[in-house]
Design a protein around this ligand. Structure first.
Ligand code: C2O
Ligand code: CU
Ligand code: CU
Length: 445
């Protein structure tokens, strides 16, 4: 059982400046919750902010009433400003504190929790409402992977700051004059890792397990690990959004779209003491090329290993198992005379039924994009079947809950709607696209 108070706080993110934030428990990121597979956790959220909030555990196999539906609000403790986000009277459960119950009957992995209020998710996450939740189990711990101080969850998120240290968000949906910047998704020019700008982390000359999360609203990364003498270290992927792969996959560079997680081993053994390894974003320019660095501080024994077989419980759905094929177009369009981001030509409407499927049904979804859209399904982990008629990319491996649709692409995924009945969501995880309508209901009956 955890208790989390959502409140305003400030932090020294840039040297000598205070940044006002919206926080879980006064920190950004919020407190990291660690739990065991199959051991339910209840998190009581108390909202002391001035706006309603919604908490969603991203990647959680969670009953619908604790999944953080966008109109399922925790009202502000102070009781002011109840006016926003309550668009669906039939769905609204309004409370000042809220118990979210997570059974965590799922594969161990890195999850994250974040705000999910209808139309206001992007600015809420930007202001700080995000935290990590790690699920573990005995099987994973017996593999001998790097652990303890050699396991590093890394929440990567860009932000923009004003000269006084406050965050800049170019436009809010309730402010007139929505800017071009806002439409495409908001980018910052400062890269934060676990809330710190471009951190330098001291490491042993040994293997480390980096549990990467792209918590940025809209920024894509293609990460590489580069030594001082320009050598690239292998990124050995051992896990995806929904836990361990069957076997490791080695990458030279690794694309990470918003909300995706990659579980990666990097071996610093060949780096001289005093040497650095920089984590760079090949898609960035200037200072947004830099993400963080590791400084090898000492030689050290390393008894960790990367087993050739990591897990044997990945679902093996076949195309022929699918009882239905659906197609969704993720495209820009007009809504109420304004620019919107739409699914199948429609903006999100909590009162509309978009997808109704049976518990246990296997389906193939074909997702078609205009520009880049990272698409996320609540509840159901999926596998990538194809990209524009071709085999998936090497990093599409494993069980995922978010997949990056690249411009013009058509991506097929396969999943089984398993776990709980109820109303869930699928949406673009470019947080601004999500707020501008690119979200739909997924009802499991
Ligand atoms: Cu990470 Cu529906 O969200
Ligand atoms: Cu989610
Ligand atoms: Cu999008």
């Amino acid at each position: 059982r955890y208790e989390i108070t959502q409140r305003e706080a400030s932090a020294e993110i840039l040297p000598g400046l205070r940044t006002p934030l919206w926080t879980y428990e006064g920190t950004f990121p919020g407190p990291t919750i660690e739990s065991r597979r199959g051991h339910p956790v209840t998190v009581t959220h108390r909202n002391e902010l001035s706006v309603p909030t919604v908490v969603h555990l991203h990647g959680g196999r969670t009953p619908a009433d604790s999944d953080g539906y966008p109109t399922d609000l925790v009202l502000p403790w102070s009781g002011v400003d109840h006016g926003h986000g309550m668009h669906d009277p039939r769905a609204v459960v309004t409370e000042l504190t809220r118990d979210y119950t997570f059974p965590l009957d799922q594969r161990p992995t890195l999850l994250w929790y974040h705000d999910h209020r209808m139309d206001y998710t992007a600015p809420a996450i930007w202001r700080g409402l995000a935290g990590l939740h790690i699920v573990r189990d005995d099987a994973e711990e017996s593999l001998g992977l790097p652990a303890g101080p050699r396991e590093l969850p890394l929440m990567i998120a860009d932000r923009a700051f004003a000269a006084d240290g406050s965050l800049i968000y170019p436009a809010l949906p309730d402010r007139p004059g929505v800017t071009e910047e806002y439409l495409a998704g908001v980018l910052g020019d400062v890269i934060l890792v676990n809330g710190a700008p471009w951190p330098v982390h001291e490491v042993d000359a040994a293997r480390y397990r980096l549990r990467l999360l792209n918590a940025s609203n809209a920024r894509h990364y293609e990460l590489e690990a580069v030594t001082d003498d320009g050598r690239r270290l292998d990124l050995v992927q051992i896990g995806a959004d929904q836990g361990l792969l069957a076997a490791p996959v080695t990458h030279a560079t690794l694309p990470v779209a918003p909300a995706e997680r990659y579980d990666v081993i990097v071996d610093f053994a060949g780096v001289p003491v005093g040497g650095r390894v920089r984590i760079l974003n090949r898609l960035g320019a200037g200072r947004t090329r830099e993400v963080m660095a590791f400084r090898v501080a000492r030689r050290a024994a390393d008894d960790s290993r990367i087993p050739g077989v990591l897990s044997a419980d990945l679902p093996v759905w076949q195309r022929s198992d699918a009882v239905r094929v659906r197609e969704f177009a993720f495209r820009a369009g007009r809504m109420h005379g304004h620019h919107g981001w739409l699914i199948g030509g429609l903006p999100f409407d909590p009162a509309r039924s978009d997808v109704v499927t049976g518990l246990g049904d296997v389906e193939v979804w074909r997702l078609v994009a205009d520009v880049h859209h990272p698409i996320h399904l609540h509840l159901a982990g999926f596998r990538v079947l194809s990209r524009s008629g071709r085999p998936p990319l090497p990093h599409d491996v494993g069980l995922k809950d978010t997949v990056s649709l690249r411009p013009g692409e058509s991506v097929e995924i396969i999943t089984r709607f398993d776990g709980y009945r109820g109303r869930y969501l699928f949406h673009c995880h470019n947080a601004e696209h999500e707020d501008m309508g690119m979200m739909a209901n997924l009802e499991i009956i």
